[in-house]
Design a binder for this molecule. Structure first.
Ligand SMILES: C[S@@+](CC[C@H](N)C(=O)[O-])C[C@H]1O[C@@H](n2cnc3c(N)ncnc32)[C@H](O)[C@@H]1O
Length: 492
């Protein structure tokens, strides 16, 4: 009697389970098609700042134009994954994405998958394209985004216009312990793509690149949209150097055509990015920081880092009439980057100062070359250790303090940093904020903040440290402080 019921019951359960799985798959696919995934590389340590910029620019930019943005949990240093609710991002959305200044490189993600084993078994899974989330359709959609982005940037190559089959190459990297190398990932993926999609691969003469990063057991694959970093460092001297710099550590490229590694016969120009004249994306990014048009110093900050400092200082939300200063301005990267944003340009006044005449001259020269931007910037030669300003006048201080070889004498730092901090405190208004990028001497700042904490009631307006963490900058790990000058509550 029991058996008669047990068998149909288990069959029913299996049928229900199967139905549920199919239903979930269908829903997942439909959901995936509603969203487009982007993968942004950002300065390590500034991921949360980049997320806030994405929210600001995509979701809250204009009243009534709310676009749904979600963030992925595949967090890794220097990586931000986000989804926008548009199956085919509009031209307006692409333009907004280009205005994300904290982003170094933007990619349209094709798929993100977890549970890859560390063994070579993972390679066969990588090559089996239709099994990946979104299937082959995800690849054509990503290619479509790439084409439209490139067209918006003025690239009219046949592959971009859709008049030729685009040639790709795979660039792969991995982090964690795996029984294979990055080259193996590249080769497996290139073979899978060429086999399933019929796209030709060529290591040198390629139209677009496919980036694959296996981090422990999670594989993220995408197509870079920017030829070079959106806010490419103005430090980079040559295009070739830029191409080399853009390669992350341990990064290896691979395509199935081994012969492609050789230079093209007869030295003919190749179609590869490094050889082709790079189309200037800067019309859509910080063109004012075009290295060719700026006076730079050897201590120049990367525009993306400078921009993140301005967001940390909250300049994008500053009320009208805000007075901000960079008391150690160098060639004035921070203020120039800040004024690239219309709301900051409209609402803020700036003072740029430096103790040396050469940076001051460069700052002047750079201001004169700025397009008619109506920026209200005064330039002063001063020492940040004794600012010629009244007390409590500045609303914001944001600066990149000298560190490393620029002011390598430890004795000098020991006196300069505390004196500057004291002056910044004096000239800031109550509730004002100082954002300081510091090198190894960050300990001096921490010590000063601790000292104030121990002063108790004597410190009427103590610093309150709201951020104190390192970023990764060209092999260095400077610390970013965000300090608020607070009024101590008086207990009666
Ligand atoms: C790290 S650099 C700033 C670079 C700048 N962010 C840029 O992108 O060009 C530090 C600057 O602080 C200046 N400096 C050093 N000691 C100073 C002081 N006591 N007062 C004012 N400026 C000072 C140096 O001349 C240098 O230009």
């Amino acid at each position: 009697m029991m058996n008669r019921w047990v068998i149909p019951g288990s069959i029913l359960a299996s049928v229900l389970l199967l139905g549920y799985i199919l239903h979930r798959r269908k829903r997942k696919k439909a959901d995936q098609q509603r969203w487009t995934t982007f993968w942004a590389t950002v300065t390590t340590g500034f991921e949360s700042i980049a997320r806030s910029e994405i929210i600001w620019k995509l979701q809250r930019w204009e009243e009534g134009s709310a676009m749904e943005v979600r963030f992925g949990h595949e967090d890794a240093p220097g990586k931000v994954i986000f989804f926008i609710e548009e199956s085919r991002p509009s031209g307006e959305t692409l333009n907004r994405l280009k205005r994300l200044y904290s982003v170094q490189q933007m990619m349209v993600a094709i798929f993100i998958e977890s549970n890859y084993p560390p063994s070579k078994e993972a390679l066969s899974r990588m090559a089996d394209l239709p099994r990946h989330a979104g299937g082959t359709e995800a690849w054509s959609r990503a290619l479509d985004v790439w084409r439209r982005w490139r067209r918006e940037c003025g690239d009219d190559a046949p592959a971009v216009r859709g008049q030729a089959v685009p040639v790709f190459r795979v660039t792969a990297a991995h982090s964690g312990k795996h029984e294979f190398h990055s080259t193996d990932i590249g080769q497996a993926m290139a073979a899978g793509i060429a086999g399933h999609l019929g796209w030709p691969a060529d290591l040198k003469n390629y139209d677009f690149e496919i980036y694959a990063h296996l981090r422990y057991d999670t594989l993220t694959v995408g197509i870079p949209l920017t030829r070079k970093s959106i806010n490419d460092s103005s430090v980079r001297a040559t295009e070739q150097q830029a191409a080399q710099d853009d390669q992350p550590d341990q990064l290896v490229s691979a395509a199935i055509d081994d012969g492609a590694q050789d230079a093209p016969a007869g030295g003919q120009p190749s179609r590869g990015w490094k050889r082709r004249k790079i189309i200037d994306d800067s019309t859509n990014s910080l063109s004012l920081l075009d290295p060719a048009k700026r006076e730079r110093s050897c201590t120049n900050l990367r525009p993306a880092v400078a921009y993140c400092l301005t967001l940390t200082a909250g300049l994008h939300e500053a009320p009208a009439g805000t007075l901000a200063a960079d008391p150690m301005c160098g060639s004035n990267t921070i203020i120039e980057v800040a004024t690239a944003e219309e709301p900051i340009l409209r609402r803020c006044f700036f003072i740029a100062g430096d103790s040396q005449s050469v940076p001051i001259d460069k700052t002047y020269a750079n201001l004169q070359r700025l397009p008619a931007r109506r920026a209200r910037i005064d330039v002063v030669r001063w020492t940040a250790e004794r600012l010629p300003l009244r007390s409590d006048v500045l609303d914001v201080i944001v600066t990149d303090m000298p560190f490393g070889k620029r002011l390598s004498c430890a004795d000098q730092l020991r006196t300069v940093y505390p004196r500057c901090l004291k002056e910044f405190h004096r000239s800031l208004s109550v509730e004002g904020r100082a954002v300081l990028l510091t090198g190894a001497a960050y300990r001096l700042i921490r010590r000063e903040i601790d000292r104030q904490g121990q002063l108790g009631a004597e410190a009427t307006h103590p610093w309150v440290c709201v951020r104190d963490s390192a970023i990764s900058m060209g092999g260095l790990h400077p610390v970013v402080f965000a300090l608020n000058k607070k009024a101590r509550e008086v207990r009666r």
